[in-house]
Structure formats: C-alpha cells, structure tokens
Ligand binder design. Structure first.
Ligand code: UD1
Ligand code: CA
Length: 477
C-alpha cells in the first residue's frame, strides 16, 4: 500500500503580521516548512506535494532540498480547495492513501505519524484523522460523534452551535484518506459556511453520509500527547515553541553525556551531533549540521554553524566559526573568527584576533595572535607570528598563498599573493614577501636601521623640557 502526501502551506497566516509567508518563519534554525516535510517523510510518501500560495518561490526554495512537488493555490479559498490543488499533482492512477497535513504544525513527530498510519491500516479505514482532547479547545474544529461514538463530522468553531463548542475533542489537521474517496469527496465540497471557504474538514461528513451504503470507514485516532499538535499562528506561539524545542534538545544532550553549563543559554540545533563529555559553556549557539567529537570544550559565547570539531578541541571565549573543519586537539580563541572553508588538520592553535578564510592549516600549524589568513595553504608545524597578513585581494581577484612545512613566519609579515614559500623557511619579522621563497632560506626585506645618538634630549629641549623629560608640562589637546 503506497502513500502520497499533501502539505498545505498556502495560507496567509494573518496573525503573524508578517510580509513573509508563515511557513518561512524559522523554528530551531530552519523554516517551518522544512520540519513539516521531514515529519511527513516518515511515511515514505511518493510524491510529496506542497501547496504554496504566498511567496511561492521562497517557499519552494526553503523546501528545495527535498524531492517535493509544488502546486500553486491562487487565490486561497480554504483548506479543501488547497487539498484539491495538491491532489492535481498526484497521478490520477494513484490508488493508495493520501496523507494530508498543515504546514503550520511543526511539533509533530515521525513516530506519531507512523503510529497513525498503522492504526489507519489496522482498522481498515478509508478516512482517518488525528484528534486530541483539550481542556480548552479554543477555536479548533470540533469532532462530533453520534450516539454510538462514531465520528459524524468536524464542525469549525465559527460554524459550531454552543453545544458543539462544548466538545473537547478537536481536529488536529492530519488526515489519511483513500485516494478515490478523497477525489470524489473534494469534488462535493461547498463553501456554505461562516468563512465562505472550502473546508477540507467537510470530507468527514461526506464520507460518513456514504457510509451505510458503501461502507467507507471513517475513524478519528485520538493521539495521546496534545503538545505535538500545537499550531503556530502568532509570533508568540513561535517563540514558545522555539523554547520548547530547545529545551528538548538540551535534555536529550545532557542525557547522552554532554555538560551544558547553563542550559537556558545553550542554543543547539536538533541536527547537531555532540559526543559525550563535551562541555558547552554559557551563551553558545550551535547552528545547522555541527559535529563535535568527544571531550570538546567550549568556554562560552560562541557561534558555530556547520562546523566539524575533532575530539578534545578547546574553544576559548568568543569563537565564531562557519562551514569549517577543526581537527582534533586544537585550541581556538579567545576571539577567533574561522570563516567558510577553513580546514585545520589537527593539533592547531588559532589565537586571539585571528581571522581565517579558505585557509588550510597542516597538522600542528599555529597562528597565535592578530592575523588574517585568507586563501592560504599553510604546512604542518609552521608557526605564523603575530600580525601576519595574507594580502589576497587585488581589488578584482583573490589570490593564493602557499607556505610549506616547518616555517617560522615572523611577526608583521605580509605575503602578497599569489606567492609561494617553501619548506623550512625563516621569514624575518616585518618582511613583505612578493616572490617565491625557496626551501630552507632566510628571507627578509628590512629597511636598514638608522640611529641618531642623543636625539631624544635635543627633542625635549626643543619643547622647553629638560633633557630627562622631568619638566614636561602636559598641554590641553
Ligand atoms: C484548521 C482546521 C481545523 C483544525 C485546525 C488545526 C479546516 C477548515 N480547519 O483550522 O478543523 O482544528 O486547522 O490546526 O481545515 N491553507 C492553504 N490554503 C488555504 C487555506 C489554508 O494552504 O486556502 C493552509 C494554511 O497555510 C495552513 C493550513 O492550511 O498551513 C491550515 O489553515 P488555517 O487557516 O491555519 O486553518 P485553521 O483555522 O487553523
Ligand atoms: Ca492553523
């Protein structure tokens, strides 16, 4: 039995008060729509159709990594109309179940969806949807059952009678419907309701009406954990869910053996893989696909995005690193900026106020203070002194600097790229390197040092001071 999926994401999301489509707002570091697709993927649906309306292009881009198809709903005339749009992208020959979900329900878990599918199949239902019991059913659609407890219909809050509003079982908006039933039921929808919309929820009553004669079994599967069905309709709900997701990630990490010094200030993405015995200090953001090896220590105030960090590395206060690899046993910071394409082979040291970009450092190479290393390859065990700069940009193009193994690059050296320095080279401090340097050389470009004996005393006298500077009157500047 195959499954196809339709995710409805065309709605305006008025209560977000945003120019961005609701499903583009981010949760746990990714757009809501990406989460909805990931959850749906648990059912291995083929195809996955996403119904888009507002900012269709942007929504398509946000979902771009998946193999989803898109259906444009324009104008947006309700969830039933949206489902109809989605169905148009599913081959007419498809005979399995169609899973329908709303794109603004990002807390649902894959496990729950799999259990829902199991129940749907075991019961031999033609139409199932997930319901939950809520003490405060708010403005959700109410599940109305007949005297025998069979589901009769879903009534939207705005269309409900006072007695119906008192019902605490509500529709969560996840459905599994036999494809043939869905096609015929959607064709029967009418917008005769308070909002003048085509309600997807009406397919329940339509299927039930046929029940007697055609035995189309309709089931509501009551889910245990209402928290998974919180929708996002406002910025406040978005922030609350963000906090919940974050707390859940942190709990899981701590259970797996990671120390979070101050969990409320640890912002760690769900995709991060953090090995046991890592210690994460206060105010650390770990974004996207980061991998931290065993025993990594982050002192605090760090921003890491798509970074792989080898075992036992120590990130001191204030490290920013993006799209890079930090090999084992390295020491980074305090205050270091590792930009995209930085690759440290291991046992490296990147000290304070060092910026790297597309820089590959061999094992044991060090840059301990105040450097810019861009578009550079630096050999193993080479030491980059304080204030070394790769001059990589000529105003039009970027150029490569290559430095060999076991070099001593003296303080305040500039390497004007493209340029190559061999192995075992000693660069004297203050050198400007403009040409290739051969293996084993000493290289320097010093200005000759000049000295005028007794000059200081003359200078002081010229300013009315004594030769030892003792009369100096400070001027107002
Ligand atoms: C819907 C259900 C309600 C349920 C609730 C659960 C209907 C009629 N009502 O109400 O029973 O309790 O969800 O959260 O289905 N969308 C489109 N095109 C449209 C309209 C909506 O794609 O023309 C999409 C929205 O982007 C959203 C989803 O459908 O992702 C649900 O729409 P929304 O307006 O939020 O429905 P609710 O009023 O929450
Ligand atoms: Ca909603």
């Amino acid at each position: 039995m195959s499954v196809a999926a339709i995710i409805l994401a065309a709605g305006k999301g008025t209560r977000m008060r945003s120019k961005r489509a609701k499903v583009l707002h981010e949760l746990g570091g990714e757009p809501m729509i990406a989460r909805a697709i990931r959850a749906a993927a648990a059912l291995e649906p083929e195809p996955i159709v996403i119904v888009v309306g507002r900012q269709a292009r942007e929504v398509e881009a946000a979902a771009g990594f998946s193999k989803a198809r898109f259906a444009l709903q324009e104008p947006q005339r309700g969830t039933g109309d949206a489902a109809r749009c989605g169905l148009s992208r599913i081959p007419t020959g498809f005979t399995g179940d169609v899973f329908i979900a709303y794109g603004d329900m990002p807390a649902i878990t894959p496990a729950t969806l799999r259990a829902f599918l199991d129940a749907h199949r075991k019961r031999g239902a033609k139409l199932s949807f997930i319901s939950i019991m809520l003490d405060d059913p708010a403005a959700y659609g109410r599940v109305i059952r007949d005297g025998g407890g069979m589901v009769e219909k879903i009534v939207e809050f705005r269309d409900a009678t006072p007695a119906e509003r008192a019902v605490k079982e509500i529709n969560t908006g996840f459905y599994l419907v036999d494809a043939a039933l869905l096609r015929s039921a959607l064709a029967e929808l009418k917008p005769g309701n308070a909002q003048g919309e085509y309600y997807l929820t009406d397919i329940v009553a339509i299927a039930r009406a046929r029940n007697e004669s055609e035995s189309e079994k309709v089931e509501a599967w009551v889910a245990a954990d209402p928290a998974e069905f919180a929708g996002i309709n406002s910025r406040e709900e978005l922030a609350n869910m963000e906090a919940e997701i974050r707390a859940a990630v942190n709990r899981k990490l701590m259970q797996s053996g990671v120390t979070l010094v101050d969990p409320p200030t640890a912002y760690i993405s769900e995709q991060a893989e953090i090995a046991p015995d890592c210690v994460i200090g206060p105010n650390v953001q770990i974004i996207g696909m980061c991998k931290l090896g065993e025993g990594v220590r982050i002192d605090g105030t760090a921003w890491l995005s798509n970074v792989t960090i080898g075992p036992r590395c120590h990130l001191k206060l204030g490290v920013r690193a993006e799209d890079c690899v930090i090999g084992e046993d390295s020491e980074i910071g305090p205050f270091a900026n590792l930009r995209a394409g930085t690759e440290l082979a291991g046992h490296n040291r990147i000290g304070n106020f060092v910026e790297t970009k597309k820089a590959r450092l061999g094992r044991g190479a060090k840059a301990s203070h105040l450097s810019y290393l861009g578009d550079a390859t630096i050999g193993a065990d080479t030491n980059i002194g304080c204030g070394v700069i790769t001059v990589n940009y000529d105003g039009y193009d970027k150029h490569q600097t290559v430095i060999g193994d076991r070099c001593m690059v003296g303080c305040d050296t500039q390497l004007v790229a493209p340029v190559k320095v061999g192995n075992d080279v000693y660069v004297a401090s203050g050198t400007t390197i403009v040409r290739e340097v051969r293996d084993g050389s000493l290289v320097m470009s010093h200005h000759p040092q000049r000295e005028k004996a007794g000059w200081m005393a003359a200078w002081r006298r010229q300013h009315g001071d004594s030769p030892d500077g003792s009369l100096k009157r400070t001027k107002d500047h």
